[in-house]
Design a protein. Structure first.
Length: 548
């Protein structure tokens, strides 16, 4: 009997012919350099060619940018691709990827994602460069094996690059974005900030944030600092940002990058705040654990974090002995360095406040020297303006010259296809950096005081009453006087009970010099009109603030 008679009872799988011809394309590169070297375009062209050969219809495209493969769903385009696959009413037959490593390098996680796409959502993966696909069981294994290989390649690459990155950090350099307030120049930095070697400097925002550190040291609260910065034109300053800034050692030039595994390195970049002041801010932020009450801002201790220890240079902290109600200033580094804030019957000598008033009086303008002060201030201002005009002209000529060279360089690069790109970027970066430096200088030279007479009158009023402002006004005014006259700090020898001046506003320095010359001439019994005319140094000449 023939077996053909039983053929109607035979069972088997009926092969369904695929009627879905729609495919999606996903392209990705892992760096900006790859994005600019036409790699993305090549990936897309290869995918389109395969689609034509297999008569697929390209319905959507994803990627088209640089995204790191270190985390799958940290990639925006990759996440978007998965979300649309899951929510689509009509899913694509396949996703075309140039090489499977473009899909993911996460190893086991990548296989789980591929399994979800293929076996649960019914969407295949096709590797364009090799033709491998998940359309067959053997193909699935090849694709999964490729994902494991991609993970291994990533591990091997890290074994080579991580030691170099660690060494780079250990040499005092920085990896990644710099915090707010810094300008970052380097060999891999684009947008006009290219440089052969890494250079990190304070920008205009950084100079304003530098003031915030001084205010914090003086005991100002964060909401006050925030308002002050906004008044100076610095926007988007939040309390959260300030809290993070106080705790970030980068600002004092210390590198604590996570790749250093707990190691601390001295950075090569420009500091916004000294290491000592940074540590003092930590004490203010975290609270003192000592046995006395230390207020961050007290009207009874206006010199807190303003006067510095003669021995170590650290800023003195203020505190009060509660059971006695006596206020003191103390160095938190040097033992035995302290001074009472106010003069008492039991104190060894004048307190820090009376000493400060005495020192401030030496810069107070005497009535008989007011006319000479105004004449000298006018002479100084006019002389500085004349010098500035000459320097401004020279700077503008240099700026025009560099702009011409930059224009020639850009023209040559755009017309000469053989022009070396690396050389172009290096020259362009150097020229633009130099232009930025010259422009900042010319702004300084071109800034002049519009109404000289009002400036001189206001200066005279403040200088002749400066000690009265400090002695009789509010805590805020006291701090403004301190910063105005002594440029943010003053050293104190607690043993000799004398202040040692570091920097003085040149307007007050002029008053002190006139007084010294006056005393010298009086000893010789000569008239005041014979005082010598001397020019105050130009650096730091600014109008004093009326109405303190």
């Amino acid at each position: 009997m023939s077996l053909e008679m039983f053929s109607t009872f035979a069972k088997g799988y009926q092969k369904k012919e695929n009627s879905n011809k729609k495919v999606w394309i996903y392209t990705r590169v892992s760096s900006k350099d790859q994005e600019s070297n036409k790699s993305l375009k090549t990936q897309e062209e290869n995918a389109e060619r395969l689609a034509r050969e297999r008569k697929f219809l390209v319905a959507k495209r994803f990627g088209g940018t640089y995204e790191s493969a270190s985390g799958d769903f940290t990639r925006k385009e990759f996440s978007k691709l998965f979300q649309e696959v899951k929510s689509a009413k009509e899913r694509p037959y396949s996703i075309l990827i140039n090489t499977i490593s473009r899909f993911s390098r996460s190893g086991g996680g990548a296989i789980a994602l591929a399994y979800e796409l293929v076996d649960q959502l019914g969407v295949n993966l096709i590797e364009v460069s090799t033709g491998k696909s998940t359309e067959t069981e053997d193909g699935k294994l090849e694709i999964y094996r490729g994902l494991i290989v991609a993970k291994q390649e990533n591990i091997d690459r890290l074994r080579i690059t991580i030691p170099g990155m660690k060494k780079f950090l250990e040499e005092g350099n920085w990896l990644g974005n710099t915090p707010r307030g810094f300008e970052h120049y380097g060999p891999r930095v684009k947008d006009g900030k290219y440089s052969k070697v890494q250079k990190i400097t304070l920008n205009n925002e950084g100079l304003l944030l530098q003031k915030a550190w001084n205010w914090k040291l003086q005991g100002e609260r964060d909401f006050v600092i925030k308002a002050k910065l906004e008044n100076l034109g610095l926007k988007k300053v939040t309390k959260q940002f300030l809290s993070q800034m106080w705790r970030n050692p980068f600002y004092c030039g210390i590198c604590v990058h996570k790749m250093l595994d707990g190691k601390v390195v001295k950075g090569n970049w420009e500091n916004m705040v000294s290491e000592q002041d940074f540590l003092m801010v930590q004490q203010l932020v975290n609270g003192s654990k000592q046995g006395y009450k230390q207020d961050k801002a007290s009207p009874y201790r206006p010199l807190t974090a303003f006067i510095c220890c003669r021995e170590c240079g650290g800023k003195l902290a203020g505190y009060v002995v509660k059971n006695k109600g006596i206020h003191y200033y103390k160095c938190q580094i040097c033992k035995g360095i302290s001074i009472n804030a106010n003069t008492t019957t039991h104190s060894k000598g004048l307190g820090a406040h009376d000493l400060f008033i005495e020192h401030l009086n030496s810069y107070t303008l005497k009535p008989k020297l007011q006319n000479l002060f105004k004449a000298q201030l006018k002479l100084t201002h006019e002389s500085l303006n004349n010098d500035s005009k000459g320097e401004s002209i020279l700077l503008k000529k240099e700026i025009d010259k560099i702009k011409g060279n930059l224009h020639s360089l850009n023209t040559r690069y755009s017309t000469d296809l053989d022009f070396d790109k690396e050389f172009y970027l290096e020259q362009k970066g150097e020229m633009e950096t130099k232009l930025a430096e010259l422009n900042s200088q010319i702004v300084k030279f071109d800034s002049t005081i519009s109404n000289l007479e009002k400036y001189i009158e206001a200066s005279e009023s403040v200088v002749k009453n400066i000690s009265l402002y400090w002695e009789n006004d509010s805590l805020e005014t006291k701090k403004r006087v301190q910063d105005l006259v002594f440029k943010g700090s003053l050293s104190l020898d607690t043993q000799k009970r004398t202040y040692l001046t570091k920097k003085v506003n040149c307007v007050f320095d002029l008053s002190a010099k006139l007084s010294m010359c006056s005393e010298s001439i009086n000893e010789k019994r000569q008239p005041i009109s014979q005082l010598p005319s001397f020019l105050v140094a130009g650096e730091g000449l600014e109008p004093t603030t009326p109405g303190l």
